[in-house]
Design a protein around this ligand. Structure first.
Ligand SMILES: [Zn+2]
Length: 323
């Protein structure tokens, strides 16, 4: 069995979907939840392709060659509809889907629909979708994806079978990344940490150079902890960088340090540092038009003032590489 298009952490769900189909027990609507980049749409699209594939009875994966497979790969299958919008899903999006649902299938038995970010929808769009989900004709499958369940109305949830995609253990993520990139171990570690341990998201961070930038910025942060920094110069650099991602990374670093020690002074130092980062983050994300450079500089001054506390922690703990 070759299911190489499906990453290992999606395999259980993939097999479950195949089994449901073969037992004639597929629901007409499925809600897939999981972190950003975990592969929800990938799993759904692959399953839809398999469902439309003219040779699916014999295979555990789409053949990749039949007309349906080719149309799915080209995103032009007439019996498959996708709502994938960066903005909130509005009633017009659902009307488009509704119009497509009214037609009989062109090629096979199935009509399929994928709605990504289904937790970002207007109330009227939800109501229109609800009508579609209430009593669809046979051979219809809707898959909705969302990062979390909580923003989806109960009425929608109650009409969907829920599958949660769990983030794989870090070791699995590392193995997967090793097969897809030539990076060194430290870069992989940083990428996974930045991506909340989601492998495909981590790969994207590596490929777009984001990891390298953050690694450099974190080195400057370490210098700042030791009071070896030119604040005006560094603040300019930080301001032009991905500061939101970076603050998240510093927070995770503080959390990691807290987990690694039970020395009271060290804990206190990293706890206060964590709160300083949180304050800066809140100010940066605030809707008020505050001076970003000033916020960053204030944070840097605070960190520098705590350098003696940082030095004291070095004598007490064995600090690992944090980048
Ligand atoms: Zn096929």
């Amino acid at each position: 069995m070759d299911t190489s298009n499906i990453p290992s952490w999606l395999q259980t769900k993939w097999q479950a979907l195949l089994q449901q189909y073969r037992r004639n027990a597929l629901p007409h609507a499925i809600l897939l939840t999981g972190k950003l980049g975990i592969g929800k749409s990938q799993l759904a699209t692959q399953f839809f392709q398999w469902l439309h594939c003219s040779q699916h009875q014999e295979n555990d994966e789409p053949c990749g060659h039949c007309r349906s497979c080719q149309l799915m790969t080209a995103n032009t299958h007439p019996d498959h509809y996708v709502i994938n919008t960066e903005t909130t899903i509005k009633i017009d999006h659902i009307r488009g889907l509704s119009n497509q649902q009214a037609l009989t299938p062109h090629l096979g038995l199935w009509k399929t629909s994928l709605i990504t970010a289904a937790d970002k929808m207007t109330t009227s769009a939800y109501n229109a979708l609800l009508k579609l989900l209430e009593e669809p004709p046979p051979y219809r499958l809707f898959i909705l994806t969302a990062a979390a369940m909580e923003h989806i109305p109960v009425t929608i949830k109650s009409r969907c079978q829920h599958h949660a995609i769990v983030t794989p253990p870090i070791q699995i993520g590392r193995q997967w990344l090793h097969r897809h990139t030539q990076c060194d171990e430290q870069t992989l570690k940083t990428a996974l940490m930045l991506a909340g341990e989601v492998p495909q998201q981590a790969l994207q961070y590596i490929q777009t150079g984001r990891v390298e930038k953050i690694t450099n910025l974190m080195h400057s942060f370490k210098n700042l902890q030791a009071a070896h920094a030119n604040i005006p110069l560094l603040a300019e650099q930080w301001q032009e960088s991905d500061i939101e991602l970076m603050t998240t990374h510093i927070q995770r670093y503080c959390q990691q340090q807290l987990l690694n020690t039970d020395v009271a002074d060290t804990r206190q130092y990293y706890l206060s540092l964590y709160n300083d980062v949180l304050t800066m983050k809140k100010q940066l994300l605030s809707r008020h038009n505050m001076n970003r450079l000033l916020i960053i500089e204030n944070f840097m001054v605070t960190v520098m003032h705590k350098a003696p506390l940082f030095s004291a922690t070095l004598g007490q703990d064995n600090h690992g590489n944090f980048s």
